[in-house]
Design a protein around this ligand. Structure first.
Ligand code: PZK
Length: 287
């Protein structure tokens, strides 16, 4: 790194550094997590796929919302970003009934205060995408909250604006992905305020780590769907009878290679850009 950077935070698979008062460096590693455990084996280039996809979406959604990306670094895995005042909520949008949304629906008939029709089945497409905010849990899992609770946390005006932005981003990404054979089941955005008080899209966006990507091919409501990117890892872990608590198992070479290929395939299908071209010059995704 050409400038001294202070480490400020670690995510499960990413690191955050401060470059100066106004700028952060977000670095995506090749680590992979499954069943909430980070595995000891890296997936080569996974961090570059995620960073390239985020930069691709950032470049295409500036009309919907400004974003924090200042500069993509030549390593393809690091983004220099504007430092924002992050909202204390996760902006989740669901187009399909899965994960904690499905669990909450089965238990209560509602998801984050949205009452849904009776008789919906797992993985079913919702009649309209819904905004389902969650709190940022520093340990363990984000917790779904109602619209009222989210509105109290950020204020009614910011809540309404965050919902509008998140739904617009989801619709854009889901429509784009659908024409490339990928279902964007749900996704999570992080929004923050810039010094002028404008809402800005931060973090990563519309990546396989912040979203559920399903192959459109073979989609069928009424059961869980395979993950576009992580299914080989999940199947391998299930085959071991691993108890899904740390430490996770090492992955064999064929599972690593197959998983890397799925990440690269997601990148190439969604961007229409050869991944080797991205490695040669990451700026190709921003043009
Ligand atoms: C910010 N995170 C989560 C991500 C981690 C932690 N532009 C921004 N301004 C201020 N804060 C953040 C961002 C962004 N993005 C993001 N925490 C703070 C996070 C990656 C690694 F350790």
């Amino acid at each position: 790194m050409s400038e001294a950077a202070t480490h400020v935070a670690s995510g499960k698979v990413r690191e955050l550094y401060a470059l100066d008062e106004e700028r952060l460096l977000l670095v995506a590693s090749d680590r992979i997590s499954t069943f909430d455990v980070v595995l000891p084996t890296d997936i080569p280039d996974k961090g570059r796929v995620l960073t390239g996809l985020s930069a691709f979406w950032f470049a295409r959604t500036t009309e919907l919302v400004p974003n924090h990306l200042l500069q993509l670094r030549a390593d393809g895995r690091s983004m220099e970003c504007r430092r924002l005042e992050m909202l204390p909520i996760e902006c989740v949008v669901r187009g399909y009934l899965t994960g904690s949304g499905w669990k909450d629906y089965v238990a209560t008939g509602e998801v984050c205060g949205h009452r849904l029709a009776e008789g919906l089945v797992e993985s079913q497409q919702l009649p309209e995408p819904i905004f389902t905010p969650a709190t940022k849990a520093h340990t363990g899992h984000d917790e779904n909250i109602t619209r009222e609770q989210a509105s109290e946390l950020v204020g009614a005006d910011l809540f309404a604006e965050a919902e509008r932005i998140a739904l617009a981003l989801y619709r854009y990404g889901a429509e784009w992905a659908a024409t490339r054979g990928i279902i964007l089941a749900d996704t999570k955005f992080e929004l923050g305020l810039d010094p002028e008080g404008t809402l800005v899209l931060g973090d990563e966006a519309l990546t396989p780590d912040s979203s559920r990507f399903w192959p459109a091919d073979g989609y069928e409501a009424g059961r869980g769907q395979p993950s576009f990117d992580k299914q080989f890892v999940r199947d391998y872990c299930e085959s071991l009878g691993w108890g899904k608590t740390a430490p996770g198992p090492e992955l064999p070479d064929d599972v690593v290679a197959g998983t890397r290929a799925r990440y690269v395939e997601a990148f190439e299908r969604l961007t229409g850009i050869a991944f080797d071209d991205y490695l040669a010059d990451p700026e190709v995704v921003s043009r």
